[in-house]
Design a protein around this ligand. Structure first.
Ligand code: GLC
Length: 444
């Protein structure tokens, strides 16, 4: 990763100017959806597909060089008898999440819905049920918004230009089909997804990075294809203007996109090495895993603590971003107990602290070593995530008059001192059970 960093930084600038050339005016309903998205802050990512059977996460086909024909055997084993869309959606709701981003087709090319455009789909498993439909219906019923993850990359199809892409080289394909057929195939599938499943709040693209677009000519380690990306975006907006388009390409946003995502990173941090792109003016989203895997990984017991989970949510909100937290359900259709426990404890936390997350925007100061700030109207929420000894000083505090300062938890008063634009108060200790001490400062 380190080696390609400088060229990518350069490229993101190249993309900026490219993006500007192709203007895009979002519909009013799209702007409203962006506002909704930014106000609601917290979603559930669900990675689920045939790969869950192998218990080695969603890249197993590529990582183990499983041939297309062998991988296809999984289709006959997929029978998640415990799957219950109602319970999954209720679980997200209980955690305080307001939207679900569901994988509809991952890089292995398997479609989780009743698609006319590929036989390799859920209706050809013993399960025979349209999972995307059940989830979308249930989300609509329970008042949760649904987003669809859709992979641009495909390790199975021959019309996806394998041989030029960076991944999926070991899946045994020997002939190469026509790239334009692949583009048409994606358009057909996206049309289905945006026609038969009610209101879709967003499409979450992934896999663009497998082959770079022609604008990225300088990149040495990749090949160039024309993704016809703007045609895909325009198609989506034509079918459902409110539908937010995002693309996990790790570049600055391209024209036609409505939100910008950061994989396993709070915007501006780049701890994962995948987030060197500039932070744009679009709504932002951090996606993260609740253990260390996206798809079900039988060996992965490294679940985040409530503290780590809260740190991520607060860090994202303080950076003006949403948190999309992932679970990887099991092949039997159950969500593993530790995921449920973490989600439930987050739900309890949100009951008290949700006010300092929902409807807020990032703080007037960036993340600090003690924590983060969120704000909404006449309230500034100071989130003390880490005790740093003595006191905390906020410089350039924006309220000239402070009417109240108190702990969000129990409304007990907090003593603050304001000298000019500098505000000081004592630091507090958080605990594993109560990992974020939130001070509310009201004023104007
Ligand atoms: C990466 C991975 C993919 C995962 C995604 C989620 O792009 O390829 O497996 O779905 O990140 O952010």
């Amino acid at each position: 990763m380190k080696k390609i960093l400088p060229s990518l930084v350069f490229l993101s600038c190249a993309f900026c100017s490219f993006a500007q050339q192709e203007s895009y005016t979002p519909a009013q309903s799209n702007l409203q959806m962006r506002e909704w998205f930014q106000n609601n802050k917290f979603g559930m990512f669900i990675h689920w597909g045939l790969y869950s059977i192998l218990g080695d996460a969603e890249w197993v086909m590529n990582n183990e060089n499983i041939k297309v024909n062998d991988y296809a055997k999984l289709e006959d084993f997929f029978n998640p008898v415990y799957f219950n869309a109602h319970d999954w959606v209720a679980q997200a709701k209980q955690a305080g999440m307001k939207y679900i981003t569901l994988v509809t087709r991952h890089h292995d090319g398997f479609s989780m819905w009743n698609t006319k455009y590929s036989d390799y789909n859920i209706m050809h498993t013993p399960f025979h049920r349209d999972i995307v439909k059940e989830m979308a219906d249930e989300c609509h019923k329970q008042g949760i918004k649904i987003f669809f993850y859709y992979s641009l990359l495909d390790w199975r199809r021959t019309d996806y230009s394998y041989g030029t892409g960076r991944t999926g080289q070991g899946t045994g394909r020997t002939v190469r089909g026509n790239w334009n057929d692949y583009i048409q195939f994606m358009k057909n599938q996206l049309t289905e997804l945006l026609t038969n499943y009610g209101t879709v709040s967003g499409i979450w693209f992934d896999g663009y990075w497998d082959q770079m677009a022609p604008e990225a000519k300088n990149r040495k380690d990749s090949t160039f294809v024309d993704w016809h990306i703007r045609e895909l975006y325009d198609l989506i907006h034509r079918l459902q203007p409110q539908c937010m388009v995002g693309d996990n390409h790790h570049l600055s946003p391209l024209a036609g996109e409505d939100f910008q995502m950061f994989e396993r990173d709070i915007p501006g941090q780049n701890k994962s090495g995948l987030s060197f792109q500039k932070i744009s003016q679009l709504p932002l989203e951090t996606c993260a895993t609740l253990n260390d895997s996206w798809g079900f990984n039988i060996k992965d017991d490294n679940y985040k603590t409530l503290k780590e989970f809260v740190d991520l949510l607060v860090g994202a909100a303080g950076s003006n971003a949403n948190l999309l937290m992932n679970i990887g359900p099991m092949p039997n259709g159950k969500i593993a107990e530790p995921f449920k426990e973490k989600l439930d404890s987050m739900g309890v936390w949100m009951k008290t602290y949700g006010e300092s997350i929902y409807g807020t925007r990032g703080g007037y100061l960036p993340l600090q070593k003690w924590g983060a700030i969120t704000q909404k109207g006449n309230k500034i929420y100071v989130h003390i995530l880490h005790h740093i000894g003595a006191g905390i000083t906020l410089e350039d505090f924006p309220f000239s008059k402070i009417t109240k300062a108190y702990l969000l938890k129990d409304k007990s008063p907090v003593i603050i001192k304001k000298v000019g634009k500098e505000l000081t108060f004592d630091s507090y200790n958080s605990t594993p059970a109560d990992p974020d001490v939130v001070i509310v400062i009201e004023g104007k």
